[in-house]
Design a protein around this ligand. Sequence first.
Ligand SMILES: NC(=O)c1ccc[n+]([C@@H]2O[C@H](COP(=O)([O-])OP(=O)(O)OC[C@H]3O[C@@H](n4cnc5c(N)ncnc54)[C@H](OP(=O)(O)O)[C@@H]3O)[C@@H](O)[C@H]2O)c1
Length: 303
Amino acid sequence: MVHDVMRDGPILITGATGQLGMALAAQATMPHRAVGRPDFDFDSPETIARCVAETAPSLVINAAAWTAVDAAEQNVAAAYRANRDGPAQLARLCRDSGIPLIHVSTDYVFDGEKGAPYLESDPVAPLGVYGASKEAGERAVIESGADAIILRTAWVFSARGKNFARTMINASRKTNNLRVVGDQRGTPTAAEDLAAAILAIVGAIRSQGWRPEYRGIFHATNTGDTTWHGFAEVIFDIAAKCGAARPTVTAITTAEWPTPVKRPADSRLDGGKLAAIFGLRLPDWHDATTRIVTAMLEADAHT
Ligand SMILES: NC(=O)c1ccc[n+]([C@@H]2O[C@H](COP(=O)([O-])OP(=O)(O)OC[C@H]3O[C@@H](n4cnc5c(N)ncnc54)[C@H](OP(=O)(O)O)[C@@H]3O)[C@@H](O)[C@H]2O)c1
């Protein structure tokens, strides 16, 4: 189906205050409207309908989500409202308006036991409420019948916002000896690189129209992989080059750092489908980390 409306209305970006939402709004060159709470709040379904009606978008990018993995265990209903029910409503509105939806999901839909990078077709097995609510959201979006692209990403970080790199930099200002989990493998993904990929997809839809092969799930992370410990080492190598003190980082096991929710041991995602259908490969995570940590420290120096 070709979406003629693609040439008209703005892009609606949700989750404007989040890492991905901020990156999308900063990079979008086409007309767009970025919305956040309270104007767009999955806890108030009437705000969703109102935003879509007021904006009359040509495409929606949903970057809003409940992302607090451990806190989701105590806030099950709210997590499902943000990660399943809200996206389902948004997808139905997109379907009814005949416009595409780009929705974002997570590597935490998997249990991490495969031992190799996950394909989109691999069975899901979330380990906690967050992963389960995101997986339910994927299904609800697909079942809506909307022309929806679901991008699963992982370990998102940016110069602004809450993320592992920020936690490491802050911790290194308080102590010079850190212990970081070294037996969980995945791919750090810069919000700005994911945003660039999403906007490239939007560009392809705007210029060439919707194609049936766009519908469904795609894996979209930076290239390469590491452990949280390996990620921390690279963060501190870059920070040291920027003049920050270099802490020592000791690798520990997951058992030595218990969390309310178990994380997947190996949630690497295979990006082959994104490359095959959209011609997109995100940059290497080292490159992303250099850019983000440098920008983070520069921003800190000016506050
Ligand atoms: N962060 C990661 O490591 C990670 C990993 C894998 C996948 N993802 C996925 O990537 C996407 C973007 O994540 P992110 O890192 O940009 O997240 P983030 O920085 O935590 O931002 C989440 C955004 O969602 C909004 N939000 C939360 N609850 C909401 C609700 N009930 N109604 C409306 N908006 C709500 C937040 O608004 P407030 O500022 O008002 O709270 C914020 O704008 C999400 O789909 C997430 O599941 C993230």
